[in-house]
Design a protein around this ligand. Sequence first.
Ligand code: PGA
Length: 253
Amino acid sequence: MARTKFVCGNWKMHKTVAESLALVKELVAGLSEAAGKVQVAVAPPFTALHPVAQALRGSALEVSGQDVFWEAQGAFTGEVSATMLAEAGCRHGIVGHSERRQLFGETDEGVRKKAAALLAAGLSPIVCVGETLAEREAGRTLEVVERQVRKGLAGFGAEQLGRITVAYEPVWAIGTGKTATTAQAQEVHAAIRGILRQLGGAAADAMRIQYGGSVKPDNARELMSQPDVDGALVGGASLKAKDFLAIVKGALR
Ligand code: PGA
């Protein structure tokens, strides 16, 4: 089944408001070829979400949060709700990024609650999963990813699953310059598709599974040519318009 490829730039803790606006201006100017053929989003830091979304009104470039808290409101200093993201102009929210899991103690159950909050607010979750180097070397990759997918998506029906993107990001490939080979990526993506079929039946065929981890202009096309690699979650290379645009171009058939 033909799935529209989905490329999202995860800016992490980079870019002030002024820098963010300058970058999206360049991106919009360069996106014309891909517009309508590839779904493209950027995930700026919280402070830049609203101004960036305002600047992107009427353009094909969409906005994502990098994280969210699952409660609707309350005494949760430092947190931001899904409704706040939606009102700021987001269409997507990233949850379960390995940096959140490793540095901020995010759990599979927390990931599920965050994804549920995004869905309830009308946003599309990008749910990240991926094994560490030690887990891969111990032969546990598929077991770890399966646990993260099943727990992170527990209890969602086919309609909800259809609005979710899964991002497979091997932790050892993030920010390291080491990319999974196309065969390694496709193997895990196919396994994830199999689990999604068990969870959501036919809805799984429409779900996008992004690859993330040192995606660059020179490896993006090959990775995204794999049958179950439906796009990319891009960190470092999304901070430069030229590189990110080249990656988006790699998603064009
Ligand atoms: P990277 O990050 O492209 O810099 O490896 C990817 C990610 O963490 O989403």
